[in-house]
Every structure is written in structure tokens, then in C-alpha cells.
Ligand binder design. Sequence first.
Ligand code: DGU
Ligand code: CA
Ligand code: CA
Ligand code: CA
Length: 195
Amino acid sequence: CGTGGAQTTVNATIRVTSGTYDGGCQRFNAGSALGDGSQSEGQQPVFRVENGATLRNIVIGNNGADGIHTYNGAVLDNIYWMNVGEDAMTIKSSGTTTVRNIEGYDADDKFFQVNAASTLNVSNCIIHRAGKALRQNGGTTFRVDVTFDRCDINSMNEGVFRTDSSSSTARLTNSRLRNAGTICIGPWASCAQSG
Ligand code: DGU
Ligand code: CA
Ligand code: CA
Ligand code: CA
């Protein structure tokens, strides 16, 4: 998707509960009802994807609000964040979330936020400018298993993966890092880059 597609303002979170929601590369801008894309917590997501449903071909425009939330697993394919809001994507409940073919810019703090025991598999990702690419919710000790494959991560203020849990794992393969800070922050059970 380029950024030149038709634009639409989202004033209530779009909920994807089954099957596939294909945005056709439209640009979805959060309306002020969802938040302002700042670092204030409590903003609403533009999309909420549940129960293994698929969200694809989406551009999230200049107000990213709280991005995309997933519940009980989801698939996100071909998503472009022009300007990440409070964060880009949050895992809100357990399951496997698969993210592929994504690009995003300007997360002031976190890009991926993980708030439940879960598996996150990311491939073909490009992340430009963030505090960190991924944060397991501060102070939580449940297990999260993360893989990033074929990613290009540049300009992180702090680093790539951060957890407070000694049962979580992260693996980065076949990827390029530039000015990405510390790869593994916190007491990961395992965390490594290879390939
Ligand atoms: O600790 O849970 O930043 O999901 C306070 C909150 C905070 C979350 C998180 C998120 O960590 O709101 O955006
Ligand atoms: Ca937050
Ligand atoms: Ca931003
Ligand atoms: Ca958030």
C-alpha cells in the first residue's frame, strides 16, 4: 500500500471478529473520539482484531491513536503506520498473533506492546524510529514468546526487545539493525539475534 489511497476517519474502533477485513489500502485516520495519538494512555484502537481473524491492506494515518489491539490471536498482513500513536499494536489477550509485511514510523515509546501471555511471530517488518520495537507490559512475569524474522529496525532510542519476565523468549533472525540500541533488555529466559 502507498500512502496516497483514499482516506477515511475512524470515530469508533473497527472490530474484526472473524474472517478477513481487507482495507484495500485505504488510509484510516483516527478521529478525536479515539484519542490524539499522543503518549496519553486510555486511547482507543483504530482496529480490534479477534479470534484469529485477519486484518490486511491497511494504512494507519497521521493520528494512530492506540493502533491495533488483538484478542485471542490475530493475523495482521500488509499494515503501514504513517505515524504510530501511543503504540502501534497491543496484544490484549492470549493467543498467537502473526504479523507480516508491515512498516511503521515514529513510535514515541513502544511499537509492539504485549499485555498477555502469548506468542507473537513477526516477519518482513520495517520499523523506523521508536523507543523500543517490543515491550512486554512493565512488571508482568507471564511468558511471551516472540520471533522477528526478516526485519529492518532502525533508530530505536532504547532497544529492540524489553521484558521484566524471566520466562519470556525472543528471537531475531535474518534481520538488519541500524542504530537500534540494546537488542535484549531485561531478564529474558532466552533472547538472541542470529542469521
Ligand atoms: O502500567 O498497564 O502502556 O497497553 C500501566 C499500563 C500500561 C499500559 C500500556 C499499554 O503499561 O497501558 O499501552
Ligand atoms: Ca502505553
Ligand atoms: Ca508518533
Ligand atoms: Ca497503548
